[in-house]
Design a binder for this molecule. Sequence first.
Ligand code: SF4
Ligand code: SF4
Length: 304
Amino acid sequence: MSFSGKATIISILRASIHDGPGIRTTVFFKGCPLRCGWCHNPESWSSEPQLFFNRDKCVDCMACVGVCPTGAHQIEQDRHMVKFGLCIACGKCVEACYYEALSIFGQKLDVEAIFDEVKSDMDFYTMSGGGVTLSGGEPMLQPEAASELLKKCREAGIHTCIETCGYAPEKNYKKILPYVDTFLFDYKDTDSARHKKLTGVSNELILSNLDFLYKKNAWIILRCPLIPSVNDTEDHLKGIAELSKKYPLLEGIEIMPYHNLGISKGTGIGLEGRQLMLENTSRQTKDEWSCILKKFGCINFKIN
Ligand code: SF4
Ligand code: SF4
């Protein structure tokens, strides 16, 4: 299939300071092969545009009920309910809702248009050592769009990062490799069976891609989300330490402690009950992780 020249994205975030060095523009791609219960961006899971419903803004006026061609808006005991499984994301109800309780997550944009927006902050990148970061979702599910955008940025002298879960065919990484300055590469669990239980996929392909990129001399920051009582086991912390020794030229290892920011977004797209609902990670827990990582000889790590 030939490339349409478009990328399906959720949003473009300018002036971001959390997705790589300096001030950056982060492009959030839509679609992800993993289903992590702690995901901050569950609206990125589906590859298709989808409806978001903000219950807090809804006044039960029922204006949306009459315009929906599929009957996705329903009335139950005088309250407005959304049957997300019926929605085809046509957007008619979004226009009908006066209270802005409805919106569509996801749009198909020309790569050229995305690039135009990215390059408009060139002065900030130059001043801060920043650039562009492709995130998601998983940009490697759209390798043509991702490589096209990265190539344009590279040619314009913009520093490029890509945030990846590592779960995509090796050929996709080969395709973007010439245009990426830094990989922000996720590593979620050392035990493959538990990895599958927590994310929906096992970790062999992820480890194989990490090995491939490392041997190609890619600049890699390993990012490890740690979720208290879920994947912060001694064997996983030991596994992270082992990777730090196996790959001593990693740019660094960042431990990403769990926080519960993604829950309200998940509820708004019909994912109630499919996400973990935990307390944010305490200072004490982070200190304990740090001690265990040091005990296993982990090098070059920091806890965010
Ligand atoms: S986006 Fe279209 S199909 Fe989905 S709920 Fe709204 S009107 Fe119905
Ligand atoms: S139109 Fe908006 S405010 Fe009215 S019931 Fe639908 S979602 Fe709620």
